[in-house]
Design a protein around this ligand. Sequence first.
Ligand SMILES: Cc1ncc(COP(=O)(O)O)c(C=O)c1O
Length: 447
Amino acid sequence: MIDSETIKHLWTHKTQDHPWLSDEELLIDRGEGVWLWTQKGKKVMDAFAGLAVVNVGHGRREIAEAVAEQTMRLAYYPTTRQFSNRPAAELAAKLATLTPGDLTYTLFAVSGSEANERSMQIARHYWLASGHPDKYKVIALEGGYHGATAGTFAVCGIPDLVKAYAPLQTPGFAKVAPPHPYRDRGAGTDEALVQRRVAELREAILREGPDTVSAVILEPVISSGGFIIPPLGWLRAVRAICDELNVLLIADEVITGFGRTGRWFGVDHERVVPDLMSVAKGITSGYIPLSASVARRRIADAFPENAKQENVHPNTYAAHPVACAAALANLRIMEHDGLVPNAERMGRRLLEGLQGAVGHEPIVGEVRGRGLMVCVDLVEPSGGGRPLDAERTSRLDRKAWERGAIVYVRGTVLRLAPPLCISPDEVDQLVGIVADSVRELGKECGR
Ligand SMILES: Cc1ncc(COP(=O)(O)O)c(C=O)c1O
């Protein structure tokens, strides 16, 4: 047993999401499929797949074996100075077959933050190489989250998270509102909302000056901002604005990539091909950290193979052979077990199950989802759709834990993103746990 004195040396995320539990109680010791066991032996469903990471589920021996084999063969060699390694080359070629359109050139990194740093850096180098040295700004969405580095904080749309770093930030990175149908549709249609938001994005680029704007970065589904799901049509419209104003489109698929939304990538729902795509999390299901920025041919073509001048600088662990071997084994499981279609089917079952069970509860404003990103948006029971205060919403973390699931409440939204291998029976158990928790909170709120 690891005691709290020992755990105190570990700097965890001090959000006090679980004030009713001791550090000892929160030590996760073992996992299998969608299930976790704490060191004290409590079994809980991992209804957020860690941090929307463990797409193939916990405890997959095939990945462990691929990791062991590659570790013995070649644990590490850098991919600087034109060197490469076998799993990295194979994985880049595999990604070229999975990603849409001509997204075929991959630069690997380690975390999702770094993948976005690389995407923004590649965009910058692209403009330098193609004779547009003044293009550097990156426009992002309110509510968007792209990582925890200085560069990605500059495009973060969650002000509270980044205010401490304001003096360190690159100035001039504008944020625009995404289309959030539940909050902003009003009496109009989704289509009208998309048109309104796209017009605002266009105005923002014009205000900044298209000659200074390098890229627009966005998540196909805005995750940390509260599982905001823009209506279909939004990505296509953004793509058109970017083309019109000669601005690159960076899709941050760190969460939405690798099946999470029921398609291989979030942009696949609209057949949109971004210029750069940042991926991480599900690429290895978290067995080993790995991320990447995948570029379209026209971007890569700006950097000739025989160029001597350095462009984007890689980090020490870029294209780590063991991480790439883990990714290849992970993708084999995803394909063999049909996890992308499973995410679509189980996502629909989870969404419909929750809509049926709690959709009409007075404290539920909306149950929404795309694939296995499903959430319950909570409101004051008195009507009018005012968001339920965050203190009351956060009680749902505890209620679900006590009933046997880890969910992730943030702001007024209870978010679910279980492993893509979840079974129908497990989905039904999760619906039961969330529905009972929400109903109990409803009673506490006076309904
Ligand atoms: C959409 C998105 N982009 C980027 C990141 C950053 O990834 P990482 O924490 O691996 O740096 C996250 C992390 O949750 C994310 O959700």
